[in-house]
Design a protein around this ligand. Structure first.
Ligand code: SAM
Length: 472
């Protein structure tokens, strides 16, 4: 039944294969010889299969877990350096016809405030986001063919790209909307989106159907095969994710890696990013009603294992997680985080009263973007607002090639420094500006290619003089 190359959900995410994988992982959880062989393979930085990674997830030997963490940190440094890319979600509309039991946007929720942004309201949101310093957004919307048809989403994307406020600009719009048709994916591609993100929520079919009892999202196969349609429609950067807490995490982890293997096998390019959201408290949602919640320690182990299993795939942590948890998992392989997020519709331009919220879930990390940038710098990271790869056409396998050839230091590093310099000039508080400028001086030295280093120095100087938007 299991066929990584099949286009049928039940064949590339075969339940039987996942169950056998979990049994194999249980049998071998203490098999030091096998675990050492898997770790040796991971050290070659070529990734792991879902079976191999599942053995490591099941393993509880403290010295082996320490090795997993150390390796994840090393791979993160080798592939991504100390860069952390920043973005913000932008909620367009919370009208939704689905019945997802973990999401307050579900159709039966008559208590939540329903909102849909007009193009004028989008302009106000984007202006507020630009004023913080954001350059990269992830747009979010409920599924509602009448209120939020694809034409509305496309119009919003157009509006977002068109807004110029002071030195601000949104240079990359990632899209997180419900599974749709090849034709609609083609239209999103043609609108110039960055990554198409769709969380699987759970790979466990039976649970999936119970958790999505009504609405178009109920169709497990249509949802699970969405990334294949997106790629058929020309989108080659897709982002996977599981909503941890809904089902057994070991099942989800195996399914997630099988999905990545499937995309690689069929389309020649794996997922661009993997997100690891956990269920949060929301309007009429209590996370305690789901009995598969995972501890912070298991969460960290999952992040580390994703890093060593798919070294070329970016990993995203949102403000669902607290500052402390974010700090714990950043070194284990995270490459992107959101900052200063609002999950309400229209929440950037105006606050809404607590009793009539439109928010999707409670945000744990509520700091401003300047506080997040300041914190990253103090922890030794390089905050980046870079959007260059996609704008230079380095998507899909062309981005992967850059990663695999370890050209990141000659490309992403200078781009990160130049976009950080823009942020410091235009938006940073005094202290952030000071420590940021010192960081740029230090990091410029690390660019290996002398020609690239020299050009980057010149551009950074020119940004100080008022010029913007340089990129390699
Ligand atoms: N409606 C689209 C869809 O069906 O994919 C867009 C996604 S929704 C705006 C973004 C994601 O938020 C969902 O895919 C889900 O994983 C996550 N989410 C929903 N309810 C949540 C909750 N209570 N806590 C944390 N994340 C939640």
């Amino acid at each position: 039944m299991y066929d990584v190359k099949s286009w049928k959900a039940e064949e590339f995410i075969s339940d039987e294969e996942i169950r056998e994988t979990l049994a194999y992982a249980d049998e071998n959880r203490g098999n030091v010889e096998l675990i050492d062989a898997i770790l040796a393979k991971a050290k070659e930085r070529k990734g792991l299969t879902h079976r191999e990674a599942s053995v490591l997830l099941a393993c509880e030997l403290p010295e082996k877990i320490a090795e997993i963490y150390a390796l994840a940190e090393q791979i993160k440094k080798d592939f991504y350096g100390n860069r952390i890319v920043l973005f913000a979600p932008l909620y367009l509309s919370n009208y939704c016809v689905n019945g997802c039991v973990y999401c307050p946007y579900h159709l039966k929720n008559k208590h939540i405030a329903r909102k849909k942004l007009t193009q004028e309201e989008i302009a106000a949101e984007v202006t507020a986001l630009q004023d913080m310093g954001h350059k990269r957004l992830a747009i979010e919307a409920g599924e509602d063919p009448v209120n939020n048809p694809i034409e509305y989403i496309l119009e919003c994307i157009d509006t977002i790209y068109g807004i110029r406020h002071k030195n601000g600009a949104i240079r990359r719009v990632n899209v997180n909307i419900a599974a749709t048709t090849v034709e609609n994916y083609r239209r999103l591609h043609d609108a110039g989106i960055g990554t198409y993100i769709l969380f699987q929520e759970t790979y466990h079919r039976e649970s999936y159907e119970k958790l999505h009892p009504t609405g178009p999202k109920h169709d497990y196969a249509y949802h699970t095969e969405a990334m294949d349609r997106a790629m058929e429609g020309g989108i080659d950067d897709v982002g996977l994710g599981v909503l941890f807490g809904l089902e057994m995490y070991r099942y989800e982890f195996a399914g997630l890696l099988m999905h990545a293997e499937h995309l690689e096998a069929v389309h020649g390019v794996g997922p661009h990013t993997i997100s690891v959201p956990r269920v949060k408290r929301a309007d009429d949602i209590d996370p305690a009603q789901f009995d598969n919640g995972i501890s912070d320690e298991v969460f960290a182990k999952i992040c580390a294992l994703i890093r060593i299993s798919v070294p070329y795939t970016g990993m995203i942590i949102s403000t669902r997680e607290s500052q402390a948890v974010r700090e714990r998992v950043l070194p284990l392989g995270v490459s992107q985080i959101s900052g200063a997020s609002r999950t309400s519709v229209g929440g950037y331009a105006s606050d809404e009263p607590e009793e009539i919220t439109s928010a999707q879930f409670d945000v744990s990390d509520q700091r401003s973007l300047d506080e997040v940038v300041n914190w990253l710098i103090k922890l030794g990271y390089l905050p980046s607002f870079c959007t260059a790869c996609y704008r230079e056409g380095r998507t899909g396998d062309r981005f992967m090639a850059l990663c695999k050839n370890m050209q990141i230091l000659n490309c992403c590093q200078p781009n990160a420094l130049m976009t950080l310099k823009e942020y410091l000039e235009d938006y940073a508080g005094e202290e952030t500006k000071k420590i940021g400028m010192e960081l740029i001086e230090r990091e410029l030295e690390k660019i290996p290619n002398p020609k690239v280093r020299k050009t980057a120095c010149e551009h950074i100087h020119d940004i100080g003089g008022g010029r913007r938007d340089f990129r390699f």
